[in-house]
Ligand binder design. Structure first.
Ligand SMILES: *[C@@H]1O[C@H](CO)[C@@H](O)[C@H](O)[C@H]1NC(C)=O
Length: 486
C-alpha cells in the first residue's frame, strides 16, 4: 500500500498489540459465492440506505445533504479506520474500528435516528464481536477520530453558489437565447419558486480527481452540447421529440416502466421503510451488496465501497461543473420555445417532470457510469445481479405503487438501461446520455488509477471567505464554469 497517514500517529494510542494479525493486503475478491455478503461494513451500508431513503425529502426541497457526501464519508471513514489501525498497531480489531467509524458518521448526519436505528446496530455488532474493554476503547478512539476528521473537513458552499446562480440567471431573463438554460416558468412567482439541485457541488472539492475544471480540460475537452442551430442539434432534437413526450401515441408500458426507474426514485412512501434504492448512490450500494462475493474480506469490501462512493461523489462534482458551465437547455424548454429552425411546440410535456438543473450531460448516467467502472474493476465485468423490488412512487410520478425487481447481466447493462430511461423520461437529449457515460467512465478510471496516491479528504479551500462567481456562457456551447474567487 502506498498510503501514509501521518496524522494518525499523533493519536494518543498507548496500547500496542504484541501480535497484529491484520490482513491488509488480502488477495482480490473471491468469486463464486451465491448468498449476499454480510459483514460489519455492508451492514452499515445497508442501514445508511434505509435511513437516507426514509428521510422525508420532498422533491422540491431536495435532501438536506446529498447522499453522495454521506456515503462517501461513511466508507472513507471505514477505510481510514482500517489504515489507522494498521499504522498505529492499536490492540483492537478491524471490525471494531469500522463499526465505531461508521456509527460516528451516521449519527452526525442523522441525529434523530441515533437512538432508534444507529446505536442499536453498533450495540448488536459489538455484542457479536465481544471485544475486551481495551479493544473497545481503542476501537472507539480510532474510529471516531477518523470519522470526525472527514466530517470537519467537508464544508459545502451552499448558499454562496445559490445566490451566484440566481444572479446569473436573472441577467439571462431579459434576453433568453436558444440552447441556454432558463426558468421553465419565467414569471416573478415562477422564478421565486424555482429551485436547483446539486447547486453546491460545483464549488465542492472532489476527493480524488483534481480541480474539476482542470480535470475537464485535461480529459473531457471533447465533451460539449450541440450548437443551436446545427445539423447535430437537428439530430438530437428529432431523436428525443417523440420518445420523451408524455402524450406520444407510440409510448409502450415497457418504455414507461424504464422511464420511472430513473425518474421517480427519489420519492418516499412510509409504507416501504426498508427501501434502499431511492437515488443513484443508495441504488449502487444495493448493487454492491447484491453482487460482492460472500467471502470477500472486510478490507476488500470497505475499499470497494469507498472507491464506489468516492467515484460517484467526484463524478457528480465534475458533472455539475459541466452542467453549470454549459447551461444547456432541457428538452421541455427546447421544444416549447423552439429555435430558428424549429417551430415551438407549446404543449410538449416530458413523461416525467423536468429536473431542476441544466441538461448537459446526464447526471444519472454520469454517476451510474462512474459506479460501473469501479465495480467492473473491483468485482468483474460480467457479474449478474438483481435489485430487489419495492420502489414506491411519489406525487410527481406517472406510475404509482410498487415495482418489480430488476435483473442485469453486467454493471454496464445497468448503465445502458439508464441511458434509455433518461430519454424515455423526457429529461435528456441522446448526446447527453452518450457523453454522460464518457464522463463517468473517465472519473472512474481516474479514481482507480489514483486511489491511495493521496488519502482522499475532500477539503474545500478557505470556505470562510468564499465568494462564488457564476455567469452564463457568452456564446452558447462555450464552457464557463462556476468558480471560487478569493
Ligand atoms: C444515441 O447516439 C448513439 C451514438 O451516436 C447511437 O448509437 C444511439 O442509437 C442513439 N440513440 C438513439 C435512441 O437514437
Amino acid at each position: 500500500m502506498q498510503v501514509t497517514m501521518g496524522r494518525f500517529t499523533r493519536l494518543p494510542i498507548v496500547v500496542i498489540c504484541a501480535l497484529t494479525l491484520i490482513a491488509m493486503d488480502a488477495p482480490a475478491v473471491v468469486s463464486g459465492a451465491s448468498k449476499p455478503i454480510d459483514n460489519v461494513a455492508t451492514e452499515w451500508s445497508y442501514l445508511a440506505g434505509v435511513i437516507i431513503c426514509a428521510q422525508p425529502q420532498p422533491l422540491e426541497l431536495g435532501p438536506p445533504i446529498e447522499p453522495n457526501i454521506i456515503l462517501a464519508q461513511l466508507h472513507l471513514a471505514q477505510w481510514h479506520a482500517l489504515i489507522a489501525l494498521k499504522n498505529t498497531g492499536a490492540c483492537t480489531t478491524q471490525e471494531i474500528v469500522v463499526a465505531f467509524a461508521s456509527h460516528k458518521i451516521l449519527s452526525n448526519y442523522f441525529p434523530l435516528q441515533q437512538y432508534g436505528r444507529i446505536d442499536p446496530l453498533l450495540y448488536a455488532q459489538l455484542k457479536n464481536l465481544g471485544p475486551s474493554d481495551t479493544q473497545k476503547k481503542l476501537g472507539k478512539q480510532l474510529g471516531q477520530a477518523v470519522a470526525l476528521d472527514l466530517i470537519q473537513k467537508y464544508l459545502p458552499g451552499r448558499e454562496f453558489a445559490l445566490e451566484a446562480m440566481r444572479d446569473a440567471l436573472d441577467s439571462e431573463i431579459k434576453n433568453p437565447r436558444p440552447g441556454v438554460w432558463r426558468y421553465l416558468n419565467n414569471t416573478p412567482a415562477g422564478r421565486a419558486a424555482a429551485f436547483f439541485i446539486f447547486y453546491n457541488l460545483p464549488v465542492s472539492q472532489p476527493y480524488v480527481v483534481p480541480d474539476p475544471t482542470v480535470f475537464i480540460k485535461a480529459f473531457l475537452s471533447e465533451v460539449k452540447p450541440p450548437k443551436v442551430p446545427s445539423a447535430e442539434w437537428n439530430e438530437e432534437y428529432n431523436i428525443e421529440k417523440d420518445i420523451g413526450r408524455a402524450d406520444w401515441p407510440g409510448r409502450t408500458p415497457e418504455m414507461n416502466l424504464i422511464a420511472v426507474n430513473s425518474g421517480c426514485l427519489k420519492s418516499y412512501d412510509p409504507s416501504t421503510p426498508e427501501l434502499t434504492t431511492c437515488n443513484s448512490e443508495t441504488t449502487w450500494a444495493t448493487v454492491v451488496r447484491a453482487s460482492l462475493p460472500k467471502r470477500t474480506s472486510l478490507y476488500d469490501t470497505v475499499v470497494t465501497l469507498a472507491k464506489l462512493h468516492v467515484a460517484m461523489h467526484d463524478a457528480l462534482i465534475v458533472l455539475t461543473t459541466l452542467q453549470y458551465g454549459f447551461w444547456f437547455w432541457r428538452p421541455e424548454m427546447a421544444y416549447k420555445t423552439g429555435d430558428s429552425t424549429h417551430a415551438p411546440i407549446p404543449n410538449w410535456t416530458p413523461y416525467i417532470p423536468t429536473p431542476p438543473h441544466p441538461e448537459f450531460p446526464s447526471g444519472a448516467v454520469t454517476s451510474f457510469s462512474a459506479a460501473a467502472t469501479i465495480l467492473n474493476s473491483a468485482i468483474g465485468k460480467n457479474v449478474p445481479f438483481t435489485i430487489p423490488s419495492g420502489g414506491v412512487w411519489g406525487p410527481f410520478c406517472p406510475i404509482q405503487g410498487p415495482i418489480g425487481s430488476l435483473s442485469f447481466d453486467s454493471y454496464d447493462d445497468f448503465v445502458v438501461y439508464f441511458q434509455k430511461s433518461r430519454l424515455y423520461a423526457g429529461a435528456h437529449f441522446n448526446d447527453s446520455v452518450v457523453d454522460g457515460l464518457k464522463v463517468g467512465d473517465s472519473v472512474g478510471d481516474y479514481v482507480l488509477a489514483n486511489w491511495g496516491v493521496e488519502v482522499p479528504a475532500g477539503v474545500l479551500p478557505k470556505s470562510t471567505y468564499l465568494t462564488v462567481f457564476a455567469e452564463l456562457p457568452k456564446v452558447q456551447t462555450e464552457f464557463d464554469p462556476i468558480r471560487l474567487v478569493y
